[in-house]
Structure formats: C-alpha cells, structure tokens
Design a protein around this ligand. Structure first.
Ligand code: HEC
Length: 185
C-alpha cells in the first residue's frame, strides 16, 4: 500500500519536500505548541518567586546589554552533570522549573555554555567577589576567558555594578535550597 507513495516521493522532489515539511510541522506542534496549551502549571509562578525590583530590573537590562547570555545559560537541566556542578557545599542544585521563568521577558535560558550556568548563582558569592571578578576575572580565576567589565565599576560611581550584582544575586533564589545564606546586600 505504501509502495506507490514511496515511489512518488522518490521521483518527485516537490512531494518529498511537502512530506518532509508536514512531518516537521507535526513534530513542531506536538513538542512546542500543544504542551503549552495543555499544561497550565507551566505559567504558575513557583511559591518563592518575586518580581524584580527597579534596581534588579536595571541590572537585568545590563545583563542583556553586555551579552552575558552569549556565554552563560540560566537553566539547570535534568542531568547529574548539572545538578552536581551547579550545587553548593554538597547540596545538589534543584532542577529549573518553568514556574521560575514566568516573569522573564525576554528569558535568558541561553544556548551556549562558554561559562558556567548562572541559574543558581545568586548568593554563591558576595559583592566584593563580584567586584573583583567584573574588574578582572583572571584575578580570581586564573586562566578565565570571561572578559573584564571595568566600565561597570567606573561609570556613575559604580551604579551599574551595583545594579547588575543586585540582579545576579536574585538568580535561583525563588527556590530555597542553599544551606547558607551568603547573600550580601
Ligand atoms: C566570553 C564568555 C563570557 C562572557 C561574555 C561572560 N562570561 Fe561570565 N564567565 C565566563 C567563564 C568562562 C567563567 C568561568 C571562569 C570565571 O569564573 O571567571 C565565567 C564566570 C562567571 C561567574 C561565576 C560563576 C560561578 O558559578 O563561579 C559569574 C557570576 C559570571 N561569569 C557573570 C557574568 C556576567 C554578569 C557577564 C556579563 C556582564 C558575564 N559573566 C559575561 C565567560 C563569560
């Protein structure tokens, strides 16, 4: 029964193209459109999620402007390699859930990990660590390929550094998981 169909597809490039497109669309609808329509919990914010305040929003804009997301993702995937690596003091990092992103516009899930994932980096370091790191990452991490961002500290009395760090410290804090709260205002 399928033989004539296969024959047509084999001989007719246009039919083959249409067939391929059809399957691509079916796959696309099943994996991207349908889940969002049927799964309501995805748009429910997780319990501890708060909206960013004005300063943190400014920091987020700087994160966008400086292209931090070229190198950093914001998603702990369902892999041991992720939960262990981005965990802290023996506690595994919780896997990211859709409810943590509901206020993110645009989201910074990212696609490339030239640097570590930042989904749970909030509270990992204090402000003075970030200050040194943004001025020159290699002062803290020898051989780091992260570029220095000295202008964040120099302009407007370091206001941009304050804003960006305030934003960084919120990352992953909606879920209560760190054994120590080393968030420094
Ligand atoms: C060219 C790629 C690149 C860009 C762009 C980049 N980083 Fe990084 N980042 C890295 C690498 C590589 C590391 C790991 C080495 C280190 O800590 O310096 C890192 C480390 C970090 C860490 C420490 C993470 C941890 O868990 O130890 C933070 C925080 C960070 N980056 C924030 C930023 C921010 C904010 C920006 C934008 C202003 C930025 N990065 C831009 C590559 C990058």
């Amino acid at each position: 029964m399928l033989k004539p169909l296969f024959k047509t597809l084999d001989r007719n490039a246009f039919a083959l193209f249409c067939g391929a497109l059809l399957f691509f669309l079916i796959g696309g609808v099943l994996t991207t459109v349908l889940p969002g329509m049927t799964e309501d919990s995805w748009s429910e914010p997780v319990a501890g999620l708060t909206e960013l305040n004005e300063q943190q929003m400014r920091g987020r804009e700087i994160y966008k402007r400086e292209g931090c997301w070229y190198c950093h993702t914001q998603q702990v995937r369902t892999l041991v390699a992720d939960t262990k690596r981005f965990g802290w003091r023996g506690v595994d990092a919780p896997i990211s859930t859709p409810g943590e992103y509901v206020h993110d516009r645009p989201h910074f899930l990212g696609t490339r990990r030239i640097g570590p994932d930042l989904a749970r980096v909030g509270g990992k370091y204090d402000k003075s660590w970030h200050r040194t790191h943004f001025r020159n990452p290699r002062d803290l991490v020898p051989g780091s390929i992260m570029p220095p961002y000295p202008w964040l500290l120099d302009e407007n009395g370091g206001q941009e550094f304050e804003d960006l760090t305030a934003y960084i410290q919120t990352l992953g804090r909606a879920v209560d998981w760190r054994p120590d709260d080393d968030y420094e205002e």
